[in-house]
Each structure stands twice: as C-alpha cells, then as structure tokens.
Design a binder for this molecule. Structure first.
Ligand code: HEC
Length: 132
C-alpha cells in the first residue's frame, strides 16, 4: 500500500515536471507563408486607436495593460504569456503576431472566427507601440 502511494506520488511529480518543461520550451513554429505576410493595414493613429480599444477589451486580461504579461488572469495560467515590450516579441514579424493571434495555442485563445482579420492587424499595429 505505502509502496503504491509512493510510486503514485513520484510519477505524478514527474508528469507535472515534464508538462511544465514542455510548456516552457516548445517553440511556437509559424508557417513561412504567415511569417512573411505583409500587414495590409498601414500603421496610423486610426488603426492604433482601433487596435488599442480591442486590446484593452480582449487581450489585456492576460497580457497586461502595457503588454508585459501581468494581466489579472495571467497568474492562473499554466503558460507564461510572454512580454510584448521586449525584443523577443517585437522582433517577430507582423505575420507571426497575426498567426499566433488567429490560431492560438494552449492557454492562448484562438481568435479565428471571433475577430476579423482587420481587427487582428489593427491590434498588431497597436502592440508595436508597446515596445520599450
Ligand atoms: C486567456 C489569456 C490570454 C488572452 C485573453 C490572450 N492571450 Fe495571447 N497569449 C496567452 C498565452 C498563455 C500565450 C503564450 C502561449 C504559448 O507560448 O504557448 C500567449 C501568446 C500570445 C502571442 C505570442 C507572443 C510571443 O511573444 O510569441 C501573441 C502575439 C498573443 N498572445 C496575442 C494576443 C492577442 C492579440 C490577444 C487579444 C486579441 C491575446 N493574445 C489574448 C494568453 C492569452
């Protein structure tokens, strides 16, 4: 009985550890056609304003008001949400941001079907202003 308990305990610890490692190290591969996709909406005050309104309403809960990943919901997620103010995020192309927002993964919701492409591109333009 004790032996079984111990075994169960050790194996659940192992599972938890590997799940955490996978979540943090698995690169998010974006298909080449999305990576090189040109943002069809030129950045402008109008686009940034539209993007900001959507961002505050939809994304800030996890990504935080300033994009650093400190939204109130972020703490309860298994995955870290990243940091839009940093190079690691800003060095990605508009197409990469677009793809990740559209398709989602794990704790990151999929916005395809919930948000128009135009809305997503406006958000991408807004997220560019969060660079530090
Ligand atoms: C419920 C929480 C949550 C919400 C709401 C959310 N995200 Fe995310 N987001 C995440 C998580 C978690 C990740 C990290 C996913 C991963 O790496 O597997 C992420 C990752 C991303 C990434 C990739 C970041 C990088 O540096 O590679 C982008 C881009 C992104 N989100 C955009 C958005 C946009 C735009 C919105 C709003 C329309 C949004 N997210 C709403 C949780 C959220």
């Amino acid at each position: 009985m004790m032996r079984t308990m111990k075994l169960l305990f050790v194996s659940s610890l192992f599972l938890l550890l590997s799940a955490t490692l996978v979540a943090q190290t698995k690169p998010w591969v974006v298909p080449a056609n999305f990576k090189s996709m040109k943002n069809p909406i030129a950045t402008s005050d109008v686009s940034i304003k539209a993007g900001q309104a959507l961002y505050v309403k939809t994304c800030a809960a996890c990504h935080g008001k300033t994009g650093i990943g400190d939204g109130p919901k972020a703490k309860s997620l298994k995955t870290t949400v990243g940091d839009f103010s940093k190079a690691v995020s800003q060095n990605q192309t508009d197409g990469e941001h677009f793809y990740k927002t559209k398709t989602g993964r794990g704790d990151m919701p999929k916005y395809e079907g919930k948000m128009s492409d135009e809305d997503i591109w406006n958000i991408v333009n807004y997220v560019r202003t969060l660079k530090k």
